[in-house]
Design a protein around this ligand. Sequence first.
Ligand code: KIV
Length: 272
Amino acid sequence: MSSIVPGSKRMTTHSVQELKRKGVKISMLTAYDYTMAKMVDAAGIDIILVGDSASNVMAGHETTLPITLDQMIYHASSVVRAAERSLVVVDLPFGSYQGDSKQALNSAIRIMKESGAHAVKLEGGIEVIESVKRILTAGIPVMGHLGLTPQSIYKFGTYTVRARKEAEAEKLITDALALENAGCFSLVLEKVPAALAEKTSNALNIPVIGIGAGGGVDGQVLVLHDMLGMTHEFSPRFLRRYLNLYDDITKAVSLYIEDVKLQKFPNRDEQY
Ligand code: KIV
């Protein structure tokens, strides 16, 4: 595995691409804070995505649109302090790159400089190619994101599966090839039919990491709070919950409240 520091096991964009070449699936999860990122990194995840889904799960917004560049940098720097092994990729938030390629480059530079992250991700195909190329001129690795692009929710109106129709599927593959040719090191495909996702992965040399895109791609990503069952109002078909922390945490907090009210906490051993 290649690494920035000889001898270290730090994942890099190159080692992520190497996984695809070797046929080893890539694991990616989101994280937004130091404590959670520490556990995710210790478990051996390949990539931590500081997703703009922080807008939903950390801040309680309905969409990803409100989160700011400053807020993304705050989350990213907390994650970077925790990550010893994983590659840390940070979402460029809505409004920080759509203006023009200069704005995109400035936003990407701020993320890299102020958080210490290793790469950025942005949503879109041909329409963001100039920005992708300009960010790459500064030596900043870029991950693409096609299919369901939550920053465009008001354009599409729903979070349903994308690219079911022929024309949209063709555009998706054209966009994916354009992103690869522009120099993206990998691509997220969100909520598209499994057959189309597999076809896209086969057409590209760079790894395709899916969420709701089936098993024929090169890796998988989930939102950490969803797969740990901390969120419970969100249940798309693609989501596998590995824990049910919403119930576990509310039960633990109820027990604590009861102990405080009944003066069972603290006991003699829990005081000075
Ligand atoms: O923001 C995010 O969490 C994402 C993933 C869903 C890929 O972009």
